[in-house]
Design a protein around this ligand. Structure first.
Ligand SMILES: NC(=O)c1ccc[n+]([C@@H]2O[C@H](COP(=O)([O-])OP(=O)(O)OC[C@H]3O[C@@H](n4cnc5c(N)ncnc54)[C@H](O)[C@@H]3O)[C@@H](O)[C@H]2O)c1
Length: 363
């Protein structure tokens, strides 16, 4: 009889689930590999004090599958994976734990490549990198992109431009109004790019120090955190939390476009349909926030990470968003669904190409 774990894996056709354990350093980690049709599985390493093992397995599987779609839609030759470490990043993180995890990842021989996620930092990746070359978001000095907030911000702004083109016929930011929720790593850089391009920006953050520093640097308007989503603007740009698009918030939105970096913005998939019914164009989060992963993956190109080359690739998020909006319009489906269709079609195409090529090799 199948175990619960196999049932979970069968649900979305996962390839592998690796459990990594080393009692002497307090390491308990799970690496989920969803689909490697396009190439090795890419995904961050998350450290979180999960209440139960089931929660950790569930998170690893869910996040690995999301990475398959993110990589496929972004045109990467990588599949989806994720590593979760069951630990409290404030209390349990040690060099020994990180290096041991690095060794486990190395043992997979490149099946899984990883970088920073919730609860881990560039410095942690540099420690893991001592044990494995398959750790990517290290500093530029070590051949990686370093902090990926700026590259993620570039992708978000490209997404905003593509949406503006679809709604107003021009991608110009000059004179367009944008409400940015959260001015942390990504949001701060989004604001800088928007202001430079002549947009009228309003910001909010629960951290008053961050708000004050961004407002002073760019002269943007500040509103309280609970008012940012309701601003009458062209674009609402969530760069803080997930699930901000829900039954309560959507009827209160006064924007034409939602495009931001926050992960899992739709509380449920049906909220993507609800946005459509309200006449709001939604740029799927996993498409527009792929800049960080694209930067990390660039490290595998000849000569290691090159900022200019990575930025050129990230700038193509504009074309991806354009393409998925066109598909959504042609097939009368919401944009979140169109993004999934794009990703699924690309995986199916590569699967077919690979089967043709292996057929040719046999001849
Ligand atoms: N950093 C990346 O490369 C990257 C890549 C992909 C996706 N993302 C996602 O983008 C989002 C932002 O990432 P980040 O790296 O800038 O994180 P961050 O922690 O640096 O910034 C988040 C900011 O949101 C603020 N915030 C929290 N709750 C808020 C609220 N209710 N209202 C307003 N502001 C609030 C925080 O104070 C913080 O300043 C996250 O959802 C993250 O998962 C980030």
């Amino acid at each position: 009889m199948d175990s619960l774990t196999f049932k979970l894996m069968e649900q979305y056709d996962y390839e592998n689930l690796f459990f990594c354990q080393e009692k002497s350093v307090g390491l308990k980690a799970i690496i989920a590999i969803h689909d490697t049709t396009l190439g090795p599985a890419a995904g961050g390493t998350r450290m979180w004090p999960y209440a139960t093992e089931e929660d950790a397995v569930g998170d690893a599987l869910r996040l690995a599958r999301a990475m398959t779609y993110k990589c496929a839609a972004a045109g990467m030759n990588f599949g989806g994976g994720k590593c979760v470490v069951i630990a409290d990043p404030k209390r349990d993180k040690t060099e020994a734990l990180l290096r041991t995890l690095g060794r486990f990842i190395n043992r997979l021989g490149g099946l899984f490549v990883t970088g920073v996620d919730v609860g881990t930092t560039v410095r942690d990746m540099e420690i893991m990198r001592m044990e494995s070359p398959y750790i990517v978001t290290v500093s530029e000095a070590l051949g990686g992109p370093g902090d990926t907030a700026q590259t993620t911000a570039l992708g978000v702004v490209q997404g905003i431009r593509a949406c503006l083109k679809a709604i107003y016929g021009s991608p110009e930011l000059q004179g367009r109004s944008v409400a940015v929720q959260g001015v942390g790593g990504v949001g701060k850089d989004v604001v800088e790019r928007l202001v430079k391009a002549g947009a009228i920006v309003t910001i909010a953050d629960v951290d008053q120090e961050k708000v004050a520093s961004v407002a002073a640097a760019h002269g943007v308007r500040v509103v309280p955190p609970d008012e940012i989503a309701q601003q009458a603007v062209d674009v609402y740009c969530p760069c803080a939390l997930g699930a901000v698009l829900n039954d309560r918030s959507i009827p209160e939105l006064h924007c034409k476009i939602v495009c931001g970096s926050a992960n899992n913005q739709l509380a449920e998939e049906r909220h993507g349909d609800m946005l459509e019914q309200h006449g709001i164009l939604y740029a799927p989060d996993y498409v527009v926030n792929a800049g960080g992963v694209l930067a990390g993956i660039d490290s595998f190109n000849p000569g290691g990470f090159k900022r200019l080359r990575a930025e050129e690739t990230i700038a193509r998020i504009y074309e991806t968003v354009e393409k998925l909006i066109a598909l959504a319009r042609a097939q009368h489906i919401p944009t979140y669904r169109a993004a999934d269709v794009l990703a699924e079609e690309r995986i199916a195409m590569v699967r077919q190409v690979k089967s043709l090529a292996s057929g040719a090799e046999k001849k």
